[in-house]
Structures are given as C-alpha cells and as structure tokens.
Design a protein around this ligand. Structure first.
Ligand code: SPV
Ligand code: MG
Length: 433
C-alpha cells in the first residue's frame, strides 16, 4: 500500500485539516508530520501549546498510520527519511509566504523523477474554518502568550532580531514582512518601541518628555494588530517609585522586556554622547532600581534589561564591565551595551570580556552607528538580541518629505504617484475582524 505524507502546523484541528486527511486516505496510509517549535517560528507560527500537546492532538485523528516530527519547514529531510509516495497539502500555499515551501516540494517532486507526487486539495474556505484559523492566529497576541515569547526565542534562535515600530501601521509591517533569503524564510522576531521614534512620531524631543501614559498608548496601538513580542525602551525608568508601576503595566500589557539605561536627571539621546550634558547614574542607585523592580514583578517571563552608557559617555571599558557585573548581580535579566562609534570594535571587545565570565546572561546591542556588522557576526560575538532601533522612522521621513516638496513644485500629485502605494493596496492592507 502507498504512503501519503501531510504536515500540519496548527494548534487546533478543524474541518479543513480533516478534509485533507479524508482525501489523503484515498491514496494510501497516512503519515502526519508535526512541525517542531524551531521550524514553526520560522514563519511566525509561534505555538500556543507545547510540542507534546500538538503531537498528542494528532493522535485524536482516526485511522492514521504514523505521526512523525518534521524538523524543518522544508521537506527535504523528512521526504528522505520516510520516503512517501505522495505529499498532500491544501492549495492555500499557492499564494503568500507559504509559496516558498510549495516551491521546495515542487523541486523535490521534480528531482525525484516521479517517485514522490504532490496532491493539492482545495483549501476548505468555509466560515468555521476561517474563524478557527484567525482565532488560532490571534490567540498569539494575548498577553500571556506574547509576553513569554521573547525568552523562548532567545533559547531557540541564534540571534533575535528586533525592529523599531511606533504605530499600528509600522507594527503591521513588522508582523507581516517575510522574505525569502537563500531558500529560507526570514523575518523580524520582535518589535522595539523606541523612545526616540515614539517621541519623533509625536514631534517631540527624546528627553522623557512624552509621558508613560502616551507611551503605553503606542504599545496598545501595536499590540492590537500584531502578535510578535515587544521590547520597550523605558529610558532611565524614572524614579524607582515610578518605575515599579511601569513594570506592572508593561507586564499586564503583554510586553516581554523593558530596557532601562543607567542615566539620571535630564536624559538626552545616547547618539549625542558627550556633546550634550548627560549624567550617568551611580552603580548603587541603578542596582537599587533593578532589584526593587525585580521584587515587584509578577510574571516569570518579563525581563528587565540594564543598559550601560559607559562607552557612550566615554567612561571606559572597565567601567562598562564593572557595571555589567553589578547589574547582573542586582537581578538584571539581560545587559544592553551601547556605542556610538562607527566601528563595532568596542562593542566586540565588551562582548569578549563579558562572555569570558558570563556565558548565559542575554546580551543586547543596537548597531545604529556601527552598522557594518552583520547579525551573524554579532551572534558569533555572543550577542543574543540585535535591535534595529530607528530605521522605519528614518525611512519614512525622507520619503514623505520628497513627496511634499514635489507636490508643491508641480502643483499636482501626478509626478509623485509612481512612488506611492496604490490606494487599492492600502485599503486591503489591514485585515478586518
Ligand atoms: C532609542 O531608539 O530610543 C534608543 C536607542 O534608545 S538610541 O537612539 O541609540 O539611544
Ligand atoms: Mg531611547
């Protein structure tokens, strides 16, 4: 008897899946593949239940020959291992990011010279299935799922990539942008709510002027339309007595981490360095801020990450290392080391020294100035999270400015139209509930 292979990446079984199984049985014995967690998150299908629970879920389907683990979103390894006669899939993978996986299967079919055949069945698009699919996806946006995702990603990923967002629209872009890179799918893992860009979007300077209530409003706009984890730029954290409230609110909102910098008084943006007056906090006071907040934190998953400004304020490497050790001892869940140098050398030196003694505390960097270094090189140096802290804001601003100028120049909008997103695309960009 022939064998038919199908792979599911789902936390629920609905009519659509059962239909595929029904079709599959017509061709032979059915083997179901359950995608591993690592493979699932490659296309942002972060599971809401554990791998074992997903595996057990498949056991509830009747008449299945075997259930296996598929460790990669591409089918090469699994097809080599189980040698099926058929692969069956819903035709929903003909559009969108899943196309890359379909192409992989088509090339396997071609290379196999007819040994393995592909069966595509019309995806069950009835109302129940659509609602179930959407609910399954949107569950990931709930605070209890979203909050814990950053810690899980740090464990699963070589390096976690975060991108700046400052609105619902930029959040949507971060959520939905998936590219194919050398045959694999790639996307940002997390979002950074930058104080610089949140302030800039409101036309305000980055000096802790935009109050926390307004910053929380930005988080809320983003959480409403996304599922990826959020790292919040908490500036200095303010007074210890205030910071504890901020931590509670962030946890409640489903934010995964706050990063606070060791400055005190009127904070200015770090990229100014010593060109403006900025004061670094004492080690003792900043440690007290960290340990007090860690004590009031309610959830296991939330991370308080300490950001060291010693290199920005030219206090030297020894000071940076000394502070890193002290902040970890005070309970910090991670260390962000910042630099405004063009070269990544001082960041790499910090990582090397820090990692000789400390192998586990997550390290975070923001390569805005030292932008020649790649994610892979940073991962190699022991960095766990890379934050692209302001690129969306900086991309949008010149694009908008040039459109403004050209409409004024030509007294009409025709000349700029080619540069604009078609109206049809913009009205279909946002899904309705
Ligand atoms: C931000 O994005 O607001 C940051 C990073 O804090 S930096 O602008 O480099 O200080
Ligand atoms: Mg900031």
């Amino acid at each position: 008897m022939k064998t038919v292979y199908t792979c599911f990446c789902t936390d629920v079984i609905h009519e659509g899946h059962l239909n595929i199984i029904r079709e599959a049985k017509k061709y032979g014995k059915v083997i179901i593949g359950v995608l591993s967690d690592e493979a699932l998150i490659k296309f942002n299908k972060f599971p809401t239940i554990s791998f074992n629970e997903r595996f057990d879920l498949m056991k509830t389907i009747e008449g299945i020959e075997k259930i296996v683990v598929q460790k990669d979103i591409f089918y090469d390894e699994i097809v080599n291992t189980i040698n099926p006669d058929y692969i069956i899939h819903g035709d929903n993978w003909k559009t969108g990011p899943l196309q890359v996986i379909r192409n992989n299967v088509l090339s396997l079919v071609q290379r196999g010279g007819g040994r393995v055949k592909l069966i595509e069945v019309p995806y069950t698009c009835n109302e129940n299935v659509l609602i179930e699919d959407k609910k399954n996806n949107e569950k990931r946006s709930m605070p209890e799922y979203r909050r814990r995702r950053l810690k899980e990603l740090i464990k699963l990923r070589n390096i976690v990539k975060a991108i700046e967002v400052h609105s619902g629209l930029t959040g949507l872009l971060a959520e939905k942008t998936i590219v194919e890179n050398n045959g694999t799918l790639d996307q940002f893992d997390a979002m950074w709510i930058s104080s610089l860009c949140d302030s800039t979007a409101k036309g305000k300077p980055d000096i802790e002027l935009v109050d926390m209530t307004s910053r929380f409003r930005t988080i809320s706009d983003v959480t409403e339309v996304t599922t990826k984890p959020i790292i919040f730029d908490g500036d200095t954290g303010g007074l210890i007595e205030h910071f504890v409230y901020t931590v509670r609110t962030l946890e409640r909102m489903g934010v995964s981490a706050v990063i606070i910098e060791d400055k005190i008084g009127l904070k200015k943006n770090s990229l100014f360095g010593n060109e403006v007056k900025q004061t670094q906090d004492s080690i003792e006071h900043f440690c007290e801020k960290i340990s007090t907040a860690k004590k009031i934190q309610l959830t296991e998953d939330f991370m308080i990450i300490a950001r060291i400004e010693s290199l920005i304020l030219e206090q030297g490497m020894l000071d940076a290392i000394k502070r890193a050790k002290a902040y970890v001892n005070a309970g910090a869940d991670g260390i962000m080391i910042h630099s405004r140098k063009k070269s990544p050398d001082e960041i790499l030196e910090f990582c090397r020294i820090f990692r000789t003694e400390n192998k586990t505390t997550p390290l975070v960097v923001v390569p805005s100035s030292f932008n020649t270094i790649t994610n892979e090189e940073l991962a190699q140096a022991g960095v766990n999270i890379v934050i692209y802290a302001n690129q969306l804001t900086r991309a949008a601003f010149p694009a908008m400015e040039s459109v403004l100028k050209d409409i004024l120049k030509y007294h009409r909008a025709k000349e700029v139209d080619e540069r604009l997103m078609p109206i049809k695309d913009i009205i279909t960009l946002i899904d309705e509930l």
